[in-house]
Design a protein around this ligand. Structure first.
Ligand SMILES: [Zn+2]
Length: 67
């Protein structure tokens, strides 16, 4: 399994396609990335499935979350 994976996601706000380089070596990650097109925050949830050598990436907007 490669440690760095290039993924393409779609911005939940504007539909812009964004390339991300994900570091799968550091395990599951949950973070916010700003869209390069509309600058809105995109919530990224990365889960490493070691059993299947797979990386799952969940993308959603952060609109309804309250900090
Ligand atoms: Zn966007």
């Amino acid at each position: 399994m490669k440690d760095f994976l290039s993924q393409r996601i779609t911005c939940p706000h504007c539909g812009h396609h964004i390339h991300l380089d994900l570091d799968a070596s550091s395990g599951d990650q949950d973070y916010i990335e700003d869209c390069t097109a509309c600058c809105n925050p995109i919530h990224l949830n990365m889960h490493i499935d070691h059993a299947n050598n797979k990386l799952e990436l969940h993308v959603d907007s952060d609109d309804e979350q309250i900090f």
